[in-house]
Design a protein. Structure first.
Length: 402
């Protein structure tokens, strides 16, 4: 009499008299369904089709069995009240915003350490050499006696060619005004009196600058952020940032950054953070294509956003179409001293015809357009070389701070 085998994966009919060890090929394990994959716990084969799952050949040999598999016994009796399980789901955004820790943004700020990538140091050196060569190629304008040095902190007045031999003591950094204190980013001397700030002796030596240079201009810069369970990373996409004139400060709830990049552009932004950070374990990574500010969270967890929604967002600076001359940072409100033009000797000017003046202006415009196009091509080539070098060195994924 033929009987039906109830072993999993077999399902064949067998004769009791001919049933021997190895006659049945079946699965001794249990079925597993996970992530749309179906298989048996006793073998490693997986499939997404249910028909193929049923046709998977058994992995173990034994004797056929006509005993039906027993159903698992119910752990709960009929009519018994099930145990009550209370599960607390994630808090809504309003509750998370209300229960998050808060501190005063007026806490003292700490300057975060800057870590300069080797590729950025090489790019800055090449950029400095190229800019220096371009300045040397340009014809230097005639310097009038009485012209004052334009470097911050230097008050030397040009008297003649012998003045070029004097050393220029100046401040290479930028002025910093914070909480009533006035200082330079390149040195640590701070004062509350504006006159004392103007009289601070320069901290670096170099050559004089007699021509009016272009001032730093505040620009908007693209930035975004991402987070892990232990840190928040704010990325500012400023190319070739200058570490000597960039400054990033933070306390537990506030982040203030001043990044100077591409020689004359400055990005300034203050972030009122959504959560608390550990300033002592935070740092800044300077890369050729961006600035990464790695903030260590004070408590592990997820932030709802980067900035505190209770505080208005800081407006982005409007980029200036024309670059102004050097700012009058060293002139107080009551300063009525003569300007450089008033100090200089009166130089006679030769009359020129209107046609000659118009022709010179058109020529200057054409030269400026050609020079701008050449600089734009050079900048695009430098950016492409920096991206290739950064991808080769692998600075996109820096190790996490410990």
């Amino acid at each position: 009499m033929a009987l039906l085998c109830y072993n999993k994966g077999c399902g064949q009919e067998f004769d009791v008299q001919q049933n021997q060890d190895g006659s049945c090929l079946f699965h001794p394990g249990v079925p597993i369904f996970h992530d749309a994959l179906k298989g048996w716990s006793c073998c490693r084969k997986r499939t997404t089709d249910f028909s193929e799952f049923l046709s998977i050949q058994g992995c173990t040999r034994g004797r056929h069995s006509n005993e039906k598999p027993q159903r698992p016994e119910a752990s709960e009796r009929a009519g018994a009240k099930p145990a009550e399980i209370i599960y607390q789901g994630p808090q809504p955004a309003q509750a998370a915003q209300r229960d998050r820790p808060r501190r005063s943004p007026d806490e003292p700020r700490t300057e975060l350490p800057l870590k300069v990538a080797p590729s950025l140091a090489q790019a800055l050196e090449e950029l400095h050499l190229s800019r220096k060569a371009e300045r040397e190629k340009q014809d230097a304008p005639a310097i009038l006696p009485g012209t004052r040095c334009k470097n911050p902190g230097c008050k030397t007045v040009y008297q003649g060619p012998e003045t070029e031999g004097d050393s220029c003591r100046h401040h290479p950094g930028a002025p910093v005004f914070h909480e009533g204190f006035k200082s330079w980013s390149c040195c640590s001397i701070r004062t509350t009196d504006f006159s004392s700030f103007l009289e601070q002796r320069g901290c670096s030596s170099g050559s004089h600058c007699w021509s009016s240079r272009k001032d730093q201009r505040k620009v908007s810069c693209r930035h975004d952020w991402h987070q892990t369970s232990s840190s928040v990373v704010v990325s500012v996409y400023a190319r070739t940032a200058d570490p000597a004139q960039s400054r990033v400060e933070a306390n537990s709830t506030l982040l203030s950054c001043q990044v100077r990049f591409e020689e004359d552009k400055v990005f300034q932004r203050t972030f009122h953070l959504w959560g608390l950070v550990d300033v002592s374990r935070s740092a800044v990574n300077l890369l050729p294509s961006k600035v990464e500010i790695v903030l260590r969270k004070a408590q592990p967890g997820s932030w709802g956003r980067l900035e505190d929604p209770d505080r208005p967002a800081e407006p982005e600076p409007q980029e200036q179409l024309e670059e102004p001359v050097q700012a009058c940072w060293d002139i107080a409100d009551d300063d009525i001293s003569d300007s450089d033009e008033e100090w200089a000797y009166d130089a006679p000017q030769e009359p020129a015809s209107s046609q000659g003046t118009q022709g010179l202006r058109m020529k200057d415009v054409e030269d400026e357009m050609r020079r701008a196009a050449k600089q734009r091509r050079q900048q695009e080539e430098e950016e492409e070389a920096l991206r290739r070098q950064e991808a080769a060195e692998g600075y996109e994924d820096l190790p996490a701070l410990e």
